[in-house]
Ligand binder design. Structure first.
Ligand code: HEM
Length: 501
């Protein structure tokens, strides 16, 4: 009798434990946000979320209001949708929300990289030194040379200006930006032709990884795809290995500084290779897609293209490429392009859709702008999706789905920074780079390289859509939440170098 009592007791404990793990027993506590566990134990709403995060969150927002907690694959996420209440989450002076913990888990899974204690600070201090201010000026020049090399070939102008070239616009932009960005940051050998070939091959593999990326993060790959991801990871570790760095010169100071830090901390070379892969991903995964949206919007809005071209002529003069020369202009011009700045800001508003995540350290109260208070539970994740809650808010940005090239310009031509929600000035009126502790440290370089590329394209090239009536393609729904979105299909375009003088 005693024996069966013990067995029953043990069974009860195990069953309760399982139910707890499956999330079945979790109940909304007083003051906590509305809780929506979904109908499937443990998975919760994971399938709907992964299928189309944007539509899912729209639905949940309409159902529950500005704050709600949903279960996604055994983890509880509290989404905060009121941008006037973002302040305490992004500033988090009491350090009750942790960005690093979640990021470390993710990079271990995706890049195989074991983060060290000071990594986060090291990346940000390297970026402050070399991706901003004076350090950035050097990199801008390198980037211009790399764009010249990639777009015109090693001997200067190798494109025949008398004929049109046709390509997919997404492929073209991603390809050019990737190769120029990769070579500028990870360096050249003495053989530029060979460097270009290697960069091209790396791009092909990068796109394979990129296509699998969203489903890889969500653990949705089939066995063959898992093997493919493993192969690609090994390929990148080898291609970016620190051993190969010895053959290169001109590795950016950003990368060299970070590798030196890792070396001095005794991090094994194999782990440094994985770090390089992570940096390649962070630096090259968004600039190409963003440049695609920028050029597409310009091609679909001739008045915007005209305004950018006029501004380019003002700052660059009547630029014409001389035979066998590379692009030649002062990168300092990039500081004097308010129209292009507005175009890029508008492009990022429409194209960039990251998710910002923080792990809740201890139970604590989140005070909303309305005065309402919510209890956040330790171990849950607080999530922001500014694309929906900020970029697409018609109160902040009237006609939010429309591209307006001058949305970020004041009538006097200066940069517009005053935006309002419910009559209150709003600090975070776009958030393509994230914000707070996790803000993208490469945002200034990224902006400059994309601006350089767009300037080169509109100044030195004629370009047009193969079918001018082709609509702007919808976003591939798998890409919501992963930085810059990608189109669900290609758009064909043609380009031709303008005749030389
Ligand atoms: C259009 C281009 C880009 C966009 C939209 C973008 C956006 C972002 C976003 C949203 C994050 C994460 C924020 C978060 O987790 O809260 C991030 C992180 C990061 N980005 Fe960028 N990024 C771009 C280009 C670049 C470039 C060119 C570089 C470097 C040269 C770079 C380096 C990084 C790094 C190293 C991180 C991780 C920082 C950390 O661990 O704290 N990004 N970026």
């Amino acid at each position: 009798m005693v024996f069966w009592g013990l067995v029953l007791g043990a069974l009860l404990v195990v069953t309760t434990g399982c139910l707890y793990l499956l999330g079945v027993l979790r109940q909304r506590r007083p003051q906590e946000p509305p809780l929506d566990k979904g109908s499937i134990p443990w998975l919760g709403h994971a399938m709907a979320f992964r299928k189309n995060m944007f539509e899912f969150l729209k639905h949940m927002w309409a159902k529950h209001g500005d704050v709600f907690t949903v279960q996604l694959g055994g983890q509880y996420f509290t989404f905060v949708m009121d941008p006037l209440s973002f302040g305490p989450i992004l500033k988090d002076a009491q350090r009750k929300l942790d960005f690093v913990k979640y990021a470390e888990k993710l990079v271990l899974k995706v890049f195989g990289y074991h983060s060290g204690q000071g990594d986060y600070r090291m990346i940000h201090s390297a970026s402050t030194k070399y991706l901003m201010g004076d350090g950035l000026e050097d990199l801008n020049k390198t980037m211009l040379d790399s764009l010249s090399l990639v777009m015109l070939g090693p001997t200067g102008q190798s494109l025949d200006s008398s004929c049109w070239h046709e390509d997919g616009l997404f492929h073209f932009c991603y390809n050019v930006l990737f190769k120029a960005g990769y070579l500028s940051l990870f360096g050249y050998t003495k053989d530029q032709e060979q460097d270009l070939r290697q960069a091209e091959e790396l791009f092909v593999q990068f796109r394979k990884f990129d296509r699998l990326f969203p489903r890889f993060v969500y653990s949705l790959l089939g066995p063959r795809e898992w093997r493919e991801v493993g192969r690609l990871q090994r390929l990148f570790h080898k291609a970016l290995s620190v051993k190969r760095n010895l053959e290169k010169n001109g590795i950016s100071r950003w990368i060299s500084y970070m590798l030196q830090y890792l070396r001095e901390r005794g991090v094994a070379p194999a782990m440094q290779d994985k770090f390089n892969f992570m940096m390649l991903w962070a630096s090259q995964g968004n600039t190409g897609p963003t440049s695609f949206w920028a050029l597409l919007f310009l091609l679909k809005h001739p008045e915007a293209l005209q305004a950018v071209r006029e501004e380019a002529t003002q700052v660059l003069g009547e630029a014409r490429l001389k035979a066998r020369q590379s692009f030649d202009f002062k990168v300092s011009t990039l500081h004097h392009t308010p129209v292009l700045d507005s175009v890029m800001e508008e492009t990022l508003r429409l194209g960039a859709a990251p998710t910002l995540l923080r792990v809740v350290h201890n139970d604590h109260i989140l005070k909303m702008a309305s005065g309402q208070e919510y209890l956040l539970r330790s171990g849950d994740i607080v999530a922001l999706f500014p694309y929906l809650s900020v970029h697409m808010d018609p109160d902040i940005h009237p006609e939010p789905t429309t591209f307006k090239y001058d949305r970020f310009l004041n009538p006097n031509g200066s940069r517009k920074v005053d935006f309002y929600k419910a009559g209150k000035k709003i600090h975070h009126y776009t958030m393509p780079w994230g914000s707070g502790v996790s803000i993208c440290p490469g945002r200034f370089l990224a902006t400059n390289e994309m601006k350089l590329f767009v300037l080169l394209m509109v100044t030195y090239f004629d370009l047009e859509l193969v079918d001018p009536n082709t609509p702007v393609p919808p976003v591939d729904p798998q890409r919501w939440g992963f930085g810059t979105t990608q189109p669900s299909h290609e758009v064909r375009f043609r380009y031709r170098l303008r005749p030389t003088s």
